[in-house]
Design a protein around this ligand. Sequence first.
Ligand code: SF4
Length: 89
Amino acid sequence: MREWLIVPDPRPSWHRLAACAGDERFWETPLRGSQKLARLRAVCHGCPVRDACLTAALAEEAGRPAWTLSTVRGGLLPAERHKPPSTRR
Ligand code: SF4
């Protein structure tokens, strides 16, 4: 008799609707080059779950040193997303 282990998907449910779903560059690749950054921002700009993504990033990154943060989330770089909301672009 076979036994199956079902591992739950650790990603939040909103991520299924993300414009970057299936493209792990957003989550793990350090950014180098302005063209790459522009491409990532363009994908985020049209993403239907951008607000949820930004909220999740801020919660996950709270209290972490700035040097440990990377990549675009919610359309913003780490230094941009950790500014007060009224000063974000
Ligand atoms: S806002 Fe950008 S990083 Fe966040 S889920 Fe959408 S495409 Fe991915």
